[in-house]
Design a protein. Structure first.
Ligand SMILES: [Zn+2]
Length: 307
């Protein structure tokens, strides 16, 4: 009686047991060779993560020289043109690393290195692993150790349009002489050319603003319009013009306007002074640099879109 009851229990358990649709993997391993290194990897998991691997493993094998490929160390699938360092990073991303657990990949406290993320980005682009590409781009975008030149290089190489405008604005904010030879080698030539163009535009504009003062605007009730106009020109030459030409400090248009608004100009009457400052503000001349940069960014976005 007891035996019959136990048998019934086992039968009942078997009838309700089923294989997971998503995670019941076949036990086929493939041997892959990258450079001189061999990897033995679960085919089902690679197929699940990468369309390229899925296609590779689904190629017909029967009656071809490929029928034993990937089945042993002696006959691995050879992945040409990749480095085992990059491939290690891809596998660490896909399956976790023995050095740091997978939680580290998601932890902001233990951010993966820039070189690891670039390898993941490179490999995920090759093997068509979208979540890996998105992960690497998101991590690199705000990575404190990713230098600007490399960021622009990656932006171009992987066509990451959202990075372009912010990175180009930062580039333009830097003096030309701070770019190293290594930086120049990395920044895409079109970006570098556009950077030099806009720097030239800005420099020319600043020099012309420094050499010719904006016109004084006299109030109708001013008792000494010529005196006000003369001292406005002198004040411009001694103030904003010096700031625009300063060899060491880069004053922005906003810095110059703020200085002008707070400056004490005792020989210009208050009415003429206010009108003249407003005229500078309204002309937009001090903010043209931003316009130069934004116009060039539109050009660059179009260029990147055409790549
Ligand atoms: Zn006046």
């Amino acid at each position: 009686m007891e035996v019959a009851r136990r048998l019934a229990g086992i039968c009942s358990t078997l009838s309700t047991t089923k294989r997971s649709v998503s995670h019941y993997y076949e036990d086929i391993f493939v041997v892959i060779k990258v450079e001189s290194q061999l990897y033995r990897l679960p085919a089902a998991l690679l197929r699940k993560r990468s369309r390229v691997f899925a296609d590779l493993f689904s190629l017909p094998r029967e009656n071809s020289v490929r029928h034993i490929e990937g089945l042993s160390d002696e006959h691995p699938i050879v992945l040409e043109g990749h480095s085992c360092c990059d491939f290690d990073c891809l596998l660490d991303f896909l399956f976790g690393s023995i050095h740091d657990d997978t939680d580290a990949l998601n932890s902001s406290a233990e951010r993966p290195s820039v070189s690891f993320l670039i390898s993941v980005l490179k490999m995920c682009a090759v093997f068509d692993i979208h979540d890996g590409t998105s992960y690497a781009i998101a991590q690199l975008e705000t990575h404190p150790l990713l230098d600007l030149a490399t960021k622009l290089q990656i932006c171009h190489h992987y066509n990451i349009a959202p990075w372009l405008a912010p990175a180009f604005r930062v580039l333009v904010s830097r003096p030309i002489q701070t770019l190293t030879e290594t930086d120049i080698a990395k920044v895409p030539s079109k970006v570098l050319y556009t950077f030099l163009q806009v720097k030239h535009e800005i420099a020319t504009h600043r020099l012309s603003l420094a050499s010719v003062s904006p016109p004084a605007v006299n109030d109708l009730s001013c008792k000494a319009p010529l005196t006000c106009a003369h001292h406005w020109e002198v004040a411009w030459r001694d103030g904003p013009a010096e700031m625009l030409r300063h060899p060491d400090i880069y004053y922005t248009g906003r810095d110059i306007l703020a200085q002008l608004e707070s400056a004490d100009l005792p020989q210009v009457c208050n009415l003429c002074r206010d009108l003249s400052v407003d005229n500078v503000k309204d002309s937009g001349a001090l903010f043209l640099e931003d316009r130069f940069v934004e116009d060039r960014i539109i050009e660059l976005i179009n260029w990147l879109g055409d790549q």
